[in-house]
Design a protein around this ligand. Structure first.
Ligand code: F6P
Length: 357
């Protein structure tokens, strides 16, 4: 007999349901008696004891379904020790819910912030497993996160569509790609979509170099230029500011995002027509791609095996093609960023892609 809880926390992505299905199928197939509790809307469900009893039927037909059947919310880690408006101690409340349901394990699906709270609950003595979810691919200790590959497909489609219209009108186009503070999604979608210039948070750009790259293409008779710009891209001047100064600068920026600012600078310096496209949350939506379905089935199944083995306190990651139990204590709070001098960047540069430096 096992009682397990599931919750999905933070920004959603395409393969959350696929991952939960993997866990639950892996358990139902191998355990006689199983009770599954799904906490609603992320950590809120655990704090306020808001849950649904689920059975195997709830996990049928959801492999291809985007979003999360449990709902999600953001409860930032920095607020976890702050009592709620009624003075409730959130950590104590989460432990109480877990103990009241006499859970054997809580499986938490989420990104970096979610993982920090998962590790805190582990430190508080709960049996925790974490599954690495995010389109940003920035979770340390796993080669890949789920949602990432589906989001690459969508962002690449956006760049593909821009290509044809950019070529017809001889325009400069900027496609702004999600990814929070890291550039993985922009790097992959940018290369896959044939972007000429890729700007990442990890490689602060020089505006003059960006404009030079556009002018070089024009001089070579190429009428259009496509830039894939990460939402967190930063100029070298801004990168030199302190965190506080940079926050102030962003708050006072007269543009909705970095892409619009770059567009303005390009228009002024080159006289070229520039358009900005922001696919935004479409990158997190729709059905998971086949690669994510496979990844989640494997991660979910590996989590089920850890539960069967009663071996807790891990993120179930993917390392060198194999699932791996990665101790949460070793990875919580760490970020996986694009290394500016990694092989992939060097290879991209060799094909003529400019990183604005
Ligand atoms: O972490 C996933 C992500 O989509 C980031 O790429 C993006 O910066 C952020 O979430 C957007 O958050 P929200 O959905 O709260 O606007």
């Amino acid at each position: 007999m096992k009682r397990i809880g599931l919750l999905t926390s933070g920004g959603d992505c395409q393969a959350l349901n696929a991952a939960m299905r993997g866990v639950v199928k892996g358990l139902y197939e191998n355990i006689e008696d199983l009770e599954v509790y799904g906490f609603l809307n992320g950590y809120k469900g655990l704090i306020y004891c808001d849950y649904r009893r689920l059975d195997s039927r709830d996990f049928s037909g959801i492999l291809t379904k985007g979003g999360t059947i449990l709902g999600s919310s953001r409860v930032p880690f920095k607020t976890i020790h702050v009592p709620d408006e009624k003075g409730l101690d959130k950590v104590a409340a989460m432990k109480q819910t877990y103990n009241r349901l006499t859970l054997d394990c809580l499986v938490i699906l989420g990104g970096n912030g979610t993982q920090k709270t998962a590790n805190l609950l582990r430190e508080e003595g709960l049996n925790i497993l974490h599954l690495p979810k995010t389109i940003d691919n920035d979770i340390y200790g796993t080669d890949i996160t789920f949602g990432f590959q589906s989001a690459i497909n969508i962002a690449t489609d956006a760049i593909d569509c821009i290509h044809t219209t950019a070529a017809s009108h001889n325009r400069v186009f900027i496609v702004e790609v999600m990814g929070h503070k890291v550039g993985w999604l922009t790097l992959y979608a940018g290369i896959a979509g044939g972007a000429d210039i890729i700007l990442l948070p990890e490689i602060p750009y020089d505006t003059d170099k960006v404009i030079d790259a556009i002018n070089k293409r024009s001089q070579a008779g190429k009428g259009f230029t496509i830039l894939a710009v990460a939402e967190g891209a930063i100029s070298k001047e801004d990168a030199a500011l302190s965190k506080k100064e940079y926050k102030k600068r962003v708050a006072n920026r007269m543009f909705p995002s970095v892409s619009y600012e770059i567009a303005d600078q390009i228009m002024k310096a080159s006289g070229q027509e520039v358009r900005v496209t922001v696919p935004g949350h479409t990158q997190r939506g729709g059905s998971p791609c086949p690669a994510d379905r496979v990844l989640c089935t494997r991660l979910g199944s590996a989590a089920a095996k850890a539960i069967i083995d009663e071996d807790y306190g891990y993120m179930i990651g993917m390392v060198n093609g194999n699932t791996k139990r990665v101790p949460l204590k070793d990875v919580a709070g760490k970020l996986k960023v694009v290394e500016p001098d990694c092989q992939m960047i060097k290879e991209a540069k060799r094909t003529g892609i400019s990183f604005g430096i």
